[in-house]
Design a protein around this ligand. Structure first.
Ligand code: C2E
Ligand code: MG
Ligand code: MG
Ligand code: MG
Length: 283
């Protein structure tokens, strides 16, 4: 991770620009934008996969696809470094489409190789979610790759629902009709109430890792986590805890019947080949 923050050389520009006024179109910004564009053309993005475990059975229920930029000289660049600019410039739309295709294609390859299918969670950014043709793109990716739609889980953040909830509800219903599932990422960091949430056709809530981090010694975080688990249960939704790093956290969650967990306790995001060896099961 640290290589990035030292770097002043990528595309002859610097990566520290994003700390400054994000709206400014500086020369560095334009160079960096070009570098991102070229990265897409040159196929420099890669997906890592993080297991989502069923703690009760010990089986892997699914994976989350997480993008990295395999830079030819700078090494592996984490998404928090380049996703903000990609979002700001609109490049997130073609990048996001690449992610969808790559992730769905990977699942199909695993299935063709005889592995039992698992859920494939893909993050959608706001700009992507608001594209008129998102539903067509998803439909096309499903058709081109041939994966059973129910395994594709699209992750949206709570804030994305609140930006324009009528549009969001409409798009989500059209996605649901394709058979894909919708998960709310980083849940608990926004302000949605139970009443608000039930307007949306959501299948999964992902408890934000900021609540899991201090679960063992923060009463408020425990109360919030308990509430989200109950809320999901009342709404007939699944719940996944993010950022589970320790066994006591996992045990706490399991005791409250939150069996689905994702976090370093099980595995960080890893390349496809490693995931195959360590986690995938034959049919
Ligand atoms: P996210 O979707 O909430 O993904 C979870 C992040 O938490 C991942 O960081 C993951 O590596 C990290 N994480 C997982 N378990 C643990 C843990 O136990 N402890 C800690 N400290 N961290 C954990 P990553 O891969 O760096 O991704 C960061 C964010 O970048 C993602 O947050 C997501 O918002 C965004 N992102 C990643 N890939 C994509 C993508 O393909 N498209 C879009 N639009 N955004 C993406
Ligand atoms: Mg996510
Ligand atoms: Mg998250
Ligand atoms: Mg996040």
């Amino acid at each position: 991770d640290t290589a990035m923050y030292r770097s002043k050389e990528v595309a002859g520009g610097s990566f520290h620009f994003y700390h400054e006024g994000m709206g400014r179109r500086t020369i560095e910004n334009v160079k960096y934008e070009n570098a991102l564009y070229r990265a897409l053309e040159r196929d420099e993005f890669v997906l890592f996969y993080q297991p989502q475990m069923d703690y009760c059975t010990g089986e892997m229920a699914g994976v989350e696809a997480l993008i990295r930029w395999q830079h030819p000289t700078e090494g592996l660049i984490p998404p928090n470094v380049f996703i903000p600019l990609a979002e700001q410039t609109g490049l997130i739309v073609p990048i996001g489409e690449w992610v969808l295709r790559e992730a769905a294609g990977q699942l199909m390859k695993w299935m063709d190789a005889g592995y039992a299918p698992v859920n494939m969670a893909v993050n959608l950014s706001a700009a992507q979610f608001e594209q008129d043709d998102l539903v067509t793109v998803v439909e096309q990716v499903l058709a081109d790759t041939g994966i059973p739609p129910r395994y594709l889980h699209l992750e949206l953040t709570e804030n994305q629902l609140m930006r324009d909830s009528e549009l969001a509800i409409n798009t989500m219903h059209r996605l649901k009709k394709l058979g894909v599932q919708i998960a709310i990422d980083d849940f608990g960091t926004g302000y949605s109430s139970l009443g608000y949430l039930q307007k949306f056709p959501v299948s999964t809530l992902k408890i934000d890792r900021s609540f899991i981090r201090d679960l063992m010694d923060d009463d408020d975080d425990r109360a919030l986590t308990d509430t989200i688990i109950t809320m999901a249960d009342n709404l007939g939704m699944e719940v996944i805890a993010e950022g589970v790093e320790t066994e006591p956290q996992a045990d706490y969650l399991a005791a409250r019947s939150c069996a689905l967990m994702q976090g370093y306790f099980f595995s960080p995001p890893i390349p496809a080949k490693q995931l195959e060896k360590r986690f995938l099961k034959n049919k």
